[in-house]
Design a protein around this ligand. Sequence first.
Ligand code: NAG
Ligand code: NAG
Ligand code: NAG
Ligand code: NAG
Ligand code: NAG
Ligand code: NAG
Length: 325
Amino acid sequence: MLEISKRTLINTILVPLLILAYIKLYALTNLLAKLQYSLPLRYNNECSEDDIFTITTQIQEIKSWSNNEGLAANWHHSHRQLFTDKVYVINLPHRKDRRRYMNDLFNTLEVDYELVQAVPANSIPSKIPGLSTTANNSTAAMTLPELACLHSHISVLQDIQSKNHSLAAIFEDDVDLDYRIKAWVHKALASIPKKIKWDLLFLGNFHSRAGDYDPTNHTFPELRPAVPIQGTHAYVVNGHKSAQKLLGFLYKAEASLDLELDYLNTYGDITALTLFPPKAIQVRGPENLSDIYPDNHLKPDHYDLGNSSTKNLMDRIKRCYIKFP
Ligand SMILES: *[C@@H]1O[C@H](CO)[C@@H](O)[C@H](O)[C@H]1NC(C)=O
Ligand SMILES: *[C@@H]1O[C@H](CO)[C@@H](O)[C@H](O)[C@H]1NC(C)=O
Ligand SMILES: *[C@@H]1O[C@H](CO)[C@@H](O)[C@H](O)[C@H]1NC(C)=O
Ligand SMILES: *[C@@H]1O[C@H](CO)[C@@H](O)[C@H](O)[C@H]1NC(C)=O
Ligand SMILES: *[C@@H]1O[C@H](CO)[C@@H](O)[C@H](O)[C@H]1NC(C)=O
Ligand SMILES: *[C@@H]1O[C@H](CO)[C@@H](O)[C@H](O)[C@H]1NC(C)=O
């Protein structure tokens, strides 16, 4: 008698209750997911369940990196600045579209940055402080847009030096990043062996052959020597000492920034590392021409970011939310 009533109890009350609880929990999870941004979702079919799932999980991951005080404590640097003292974004005044894009990107990734006005190629100052090549005597080895680009990076390096920063990250405004870029930077910085006196850590180079070289630290195989240095769209400078050292060489530069850096790195004047496969790529296409190489319609990189902030996250957010957060 007791046996039967126990089974009846389970079948008639407990099981339906469990099913109901499961359904409620599922609905609640979904609701929470949708409220994540507390901004209205688009009421159309463009936004799929997969979009919502991807947005919420990735945003949660980014937030957990942003809220992890323990990680930054070891560094005396802020995780909101990519474990550096400072994040710079170089942007040409007339590229409002890219300024907006970088703002969306770094707001999404929870990274604070300082905007630096790039030097337009058509108004390079006649004499750049320190630099020996001028718009007057720039040779075929360095076009005016390349000289302008060099000037912009030099002015950031000068800022790093004068402000005595101990680590700084520099981005150009046409970059797409792996959405876990904080994790990558943190891991890379923590993995550089103490005996390596490094100057630059690239978050990605294009046409990189770094994969042919041994990892710099086998426990973090994505960290490799930067060979060759191509593309200065995303890199970390090892503080004011490296900035000063780089400036000493770059003031005498007669070729483009990445050619110069690659030359210095090849001959051991500086030490550059990179993440491979790249975690930062340049955004290029027929509609996104380079300001420096406007004739180059080709995508300069054959790598795709598996977890692109733009394609995997921001494009979905734009599809799903009426207002971009
Ligand atoms: C550049 O050229 C102009 C005209 O030839 C000259 O007046 C100017 O002094 C030059 N500037 C430098 C930095 O050499
Ligand atoms: C360019 O001209 C400046 C003087 O204005 C000179 O100091 C420098 O060496 C020249 N650079 C090259 C590459 O010829
Ligand atoms: C620069 O920073 C270092 C620590 O990173 C400090 O020891 C040094 O005194 C600072 N120098 C100046 C000029 O602020
Ligand atoms: C290699 O990287 C790990 C973290 O990824 C770090 O704990 C270790 O100290 C590094 N090895 C060397 C030799 O620095
Ligand atoms: C790239 O081009 C597309 C289409 O023209 C545009 O919507 C997007 O904003 C561009 N991205 C950047 C980073 O310039
Ligand atoms: C993308 O991210 C997920 C989860 O963080 C990871 O498991 C996967 O390996 C990543 N894919 C690529 C291509 O990096």
